[in-house]
Design a protein around this ligand. Structure first.
Ligand code: FES
Length: 587
């Protein structure tokens, strides 16, 4: 059967109310009569509402098949569909997802197109369809639809014949490539095949590369530059008592605690850069405190070392700095977190400010222990020597790494701080210093420090041309929400949910230091976190994209619906889970 363009649909962004918030979207598309010019980025009269998730050269035109309309009408018992129903620009007859391959080229009217990728899973198609399960259904039923890149601009109109002019290399269909990312399995041979397709966009490429390296459990996230969402964690969630075996006052403002197993069981292996959560009761009459601390020692199953800054108003840090004694038992979680050193040959840049030194110090230990031949940059900004713990230890470790360079700036050096010995220059560490030092843009960058330090450097590295999937950041505290398309959201500190407190299990949001009772009126832990203004990340809200994947520090959850692919061991998907009992979550 000849393939044909049935309808050209366009729409401009609009703001709509949704769950008490405002969403900017152009998922509503309307059919147009006559010829329309198709440009490199858009069809005339069309635009995308959220360019981080949609649009751009590789997602210029979204295509959906009339055959799938019929399928969903039956499946969902609906009769109200109109052209543009699935947010597509082109409604087509023919071109099923099972046959169209990435890299195929088609001529339609006066324009030439290339198939780039399947639909990006996104909650907005659920809003448009009035069916929140829709992102998940499109993926799990293998009918996502696909995007065109515009190879040659030109006019198109409804009724135009669709002529295939070239077949994509490797012959990987849209259904296959969709399943390769979102469904369990990820066979190596298929991943390698997909990576050989030049038309595949960078975000998908990077997700497939992560899957090949075993760094990711699934999910393209937003279709571009998908972060590694599910570093496999080595241990099951839960706390265990560990004994304090050594306390070292590293500076007047920071202490390190070394902890060992209180029984004969070895400790769970921590990946360099991970943290543990410590559960503390500083006084019998005060509530339990949960605090996350990065591990900062060498890799070990016998001993963990935590570096803890003394905060002026921090009950937990003051207790750990001044009250804890050798021999005490502390309740400590398994190691967790996605800020971990990646394998490879690229130069490594360990960039820290203040007490952000701790996770990158663990990475430095790991590089030194493995006699790494990688180029390692130790770049640090801190007030002065009194706030620069582990400085001697760092120099010793660097001396054992053949290709290492260090550069330290003190913003307020003390008289006893010696230029050239303790620090290399006065002032704050900035991007200009990296340029001046000749740090390669092709490095892997690991950043940890205060929020302003991280946001300045993240933006600076992006403008310097460093790919976002090579910049890894760790923030102490709760970070900020990532909610694609939500506009004008007010940022509030985490708080108990409004209304009468629930009577369910305790939900502890570790980074937000919030401990509240579950209320079964909520559909998911994600909804509960949102009601508490705990910063969250999500895109599909239906167990597909893994953007909501988060470490489960303790406890267990039940899923409804089940994720299309399970999260990594030790993690949970908040968007489709409910607590089975008390839980501690890394949010
Ligand atoms: S899996 Fe997509 S938001 Fe949870």
């Amino acid at each position: 059967m000849m393939a044909r363009l049935l309808s050209v649909n366009v729409g401009l962004p609009r703001e709509i109310p949704w769950r008490g918030q405002t969403v900017r979207t152009s998922v509503w598309k309307c059919p147009v009569e006559g010829k329309r010019m198709v440009r490199r980025l858009n069809i005339e009269g069309d635009a995308q509402g959220d360019l981080s998730s949609h649009g751009g050269e590789h997602r210029a035109v979204f295509v959906y098949q009339i055959d799938s309309y019929k399928y969903w009408q039956d499946e969902l018992h609906r009769t109200d569909f109109t052209f543009g129903q699935f947010g597509e620009n082109f409604t087509v007859e023919g071109l099923p997802d099972t046959e169209v391959c990435v890299g195929d080229q088609y001529r339609i009217g006066g324009a030439l197109f290339e198939v780039t990728q399947p639909r990006v899973t996104c909650y907005r198609v659920g809003i448009r369809m009035n069916e929140p399960r829709m992102p998940r259904l499109l993926v799990s039923h293998g009918r996502p639809g696909f995007y065109f890149r515009v190879l040659q601009e030109g006019e198109v109109q409804a009724g135009d014949e669709i002529i295939k002019v070239a077949a994509g290399p490797e012959g990987v269909s849209i259904t296959e490539i969709n399943g390769l990312l979102y469904l369990p399995g990820h066979p190596r041979e298929k991943l390698e095949r997909a990576l050989r397709i030049p038309a595949l966009p960078a975000g998908w490429r990077s997700s497939f590369q992560s899957l090949l390296q075993g760094e990711q459990s699934g999910g393209a996230i937003t279709g571009e530059a998908g972060p590694t969402s599910g570093i496999s964690l080595p241990a099951l969630p839960g706390f265990r008592p560990l004994r304090v075996v050594r306390i070292t006052h590293e500076t007047d403002h920071a202490v390190s605690l070394e902890l060992e197993s209180a029984d004969s069981r070895p400790l769970a292996v921590a990946l360099p850069g991970q943290f543990v959560v410590v559960r503390l009761r500083t006084k019998p009459e005060v509530p339990t405190l949960l605090r996350s601390y990065s591990l900062c020692g060498p890799p070990s199953t016998e001993r963990y070392r935590l570096g803890i800054k003394k905060e002026s108003r921090g009950a937990a840090s003051a207790y750990l700095n001044t009250q804890v004694k050798v021999g005490d038992l502390l309740d400590v979680s398994s190691p967790s977190g996605r800020f971990v050193l990646r394998a490879g040959n690229r130069p490594v840049v360990l960039l820290s400010a203040g007490i952000g030194v701790t996770p990158v110090l663990a990475m430095l230990h790991s590089l030194a222990a493995g006699s790494s031949m990688r180029t390692v940059w130790w770049l640090r900004g801190v007030a002065n020597g009194s706030e620069d713990p582990f400085a001697k230890e760092v120099r010793l470790l660097l001396s054992g790494i053949p290709h290492s360079r260090a550069y330290v700036r003190y913003s307020r050096p003390l008289p006893e701080d010696k230029l050239g010995l303790h620090f290399d220059a006065p002032g704050r560490l900035d991007l200009a210093a990296l340029e001046h030092l000749g740090v390669s843009r092709e490095s892997d960058f690991y950043l940890c420090g205060p929020k302003a330090f991280l946001s300045d450097f993240t933006a600076g590295l992006a403008s310097w041309g460093v790919a976002s999937d090579r910049v890894y950041t760790e923030i102490f505290g709760s970070g900020k929400s990532e909610t694609f398309g939500i506009v004008g959201a007010t940022v509030r500190s985490p708080h108990p949910p409004p209304g009468v407190p629930g009577k369910g299990p305790r939900i502890s949001f570790a980074r937000s230091s919030l401990d509240v009772s579950w209320d079964p009126a909520f559909n998911s832990l994600l909804e509960f976190a949102e009601a508490c203004d705990v910063p969250v990340r999500w895109a599909c809200r239906s167990g597909v994209c893994h953007l909501c994947e988060t470490a489960l520090i303790a406890g267990a959850v039940d899923y409804d619906p089940s994720p299309l692919e399970s999260p990594a061991d030790g993690n949970l998907l908040t968007c489709c889970s409910r607590p089975r009992g008390d839980v501690v979550i890394d949010l």
